[in-house]
Each structure stands twice: as C-alpha cells, then as structure tokens.
Design a protein around this ligand. Sequence first.
Ligand code: GLU
Length: 315
Amino acid sequence: MQSPKVFAPYRGRFAPSPTGPLHAGSLVAALASWLDARAHGGQWLVRIEDVDHPRTVAGADQYILAQLAACGLHPDAPPAWQSQRSALYQAALEQLKARGLAYPCACSRKDIEGASPALATRPRHAELRYSGTCRAGLQGKAGRAWRLRTDQPAEPIAWHDRACGPQVQDVEAQVGDFVLLRADGCFAYQLAVVVDDADQGITHVVRGADLMDNTARQIYLQRCLQLPTPQYLHTPLVCAPDGHKLSKQNGAQAVDVADPLRALNQAAAVLGLPPQSGALSQALAHWTALTAVHGAQSLWGAAARRSAGAGAGPT
Ligand code: GLU
C-alpha cells in the first residue's frame, strides 16, 4: 500500500534590512512573498535583519512595519529582530569552529582588494573573492574576522529557482571562503539568514532577484550546519527610468502608504497581476487567487529571469 504524501507546511518570510523605508522594489518582494504564502495556505513571517549595525537606521524597522500594515500585509506571528538573536549565530559559529570549518582571518579589505580584481558592480551582499590567505594560519597576525572554508567539499552548488530554473555556482572558485563574523564584530548576513531560516522553519524563500547570487553560499552553509534547504524563488526587480535597479542608495522614494492600493497596484504590475480598485482586502484576495491558480513561477518567472541577468546594484 502506498503511504500518503506528507507535505511540509508552507512557511515564508519577508526579511527587510532596516536601512531605510520600503521603496517600490522592496514592496514587490514583500507582496510576492505574502502572495506566495497565502496562495499555498501557508504562514508568512517578518524578520527585521538588523545585524549590520553600522547600516541600521534608527526607527526604520517601525516605519517598515507600519508600511506593511498599511498595505494589509500582516505577519502571522510577531516580527523577529536579528539583533536579539546573536546567541543563535554564535552557537552556529562555535559549531563550525569546532569542526574546523571556520577559521580566523587577519586580512584587511586592502589586502583582499590587492589579491583580487575589483568588482565593477556590487551585487547585494557581494564579497570580494577571498584567495584563502589565512586558511593556513594567521602567521602571527591578529585575527579580525571569521571565515568559512568553502572546500569541504569543493564542488559546485546546483540548485533550482522556482522562477528562474536551474542554477549553479562554484562557491570556492567564484566567492572563496566567505565571512561569518565581520572584523567590526557584526555577524555576517549569510550566517544570520541561514540560521534564522532554519530556526524559524522557513520552507520557502521568496525575495528579490538581486539576492540570487547569495543563494549558493547559503545552501553551502546549510549543508555545513546540517540544516534543511528551503525552496527559493527570486522576484523581478523594479528599475528606475534610467534602467538601474531601484535602491536606497540611488534615492528610491519611500512607498507612500497614504494610498496603499496605488502602491500595491504598482508592485502587482511587476508581478504580472492586473490592477484592482475597491477595497484593499479584496484586491489582495483576488491576487492571491490568481497566484494560487497560475503559480508564482508562471506569473512572474519571465520578468524574474530578466532581472536575474541584470541584478547587480545596491539595495
Ligand atoms: N535583509 C536582506 C536584504 O535586505 C534580505 C534577506 C533575504 O531575503 O534573504 O538584503
């Protein structure tokens, strides 16, 4: 007799960095992750990614939460703040150290820049390729950061994006041993995001295509920590009239939630969903039904693939 199929419940999340208010591009990622969760009858969480203390803007977290609420995007549990979860990241780092997978690094940014070609564009959370200088030991220098060995095993990470299809990255060759704990004492985004996605039981990650390039690093780290890998879907990016991706650094305006349906209609258009008028709740219900029927990947897959090819730029 065939045993019945057991599906893991869907748990998605939106994970903004509180470096400023939501702009049109980040609202697309928020709406997409909310719709995909609702279309699957799943849960949707919000996690404030404030591990990068120097970039955190006071009050931006509350502003973002208010913008989401005004748009009717309510999480199913109270939001989590990464700044309150350092013990989890430290425990993961200790585990990696104990297994010889993490090592201290004395190299300064200047040392690394000298050893690798400069990046013409800088994708979100991109790192300069690290040549592995401190893998063999600190040679008497003081450790500044902690890095993860990417040669255990040294094999390409193949993964499938629900919108963009098969992907592959050789992390060791293309990124090198990446940072887990930064020289300024902040836990790196890669470590915090992997630990949190697993700790919060996230089964589906839906986020902007400019984060595609981070996914192989995250899957590699999940394997090192023996954590499950969620399914990934990267959403289309919003471009400014000059063709560049909208970002806080290039002056993207905060989403104006005085007229939330207008803001949501703009975000929905990027996701291939038709404009709605009337009540906000009805618009969201209609888009949820369309996402459930057509599937996120067929609705916004083509646009996401275009964005993934041109996704470099700051947030
Ligand atoms: N907080 C990250 C950022 O805004 C996004 C994290 C994620 O969705 O994985 O760049």
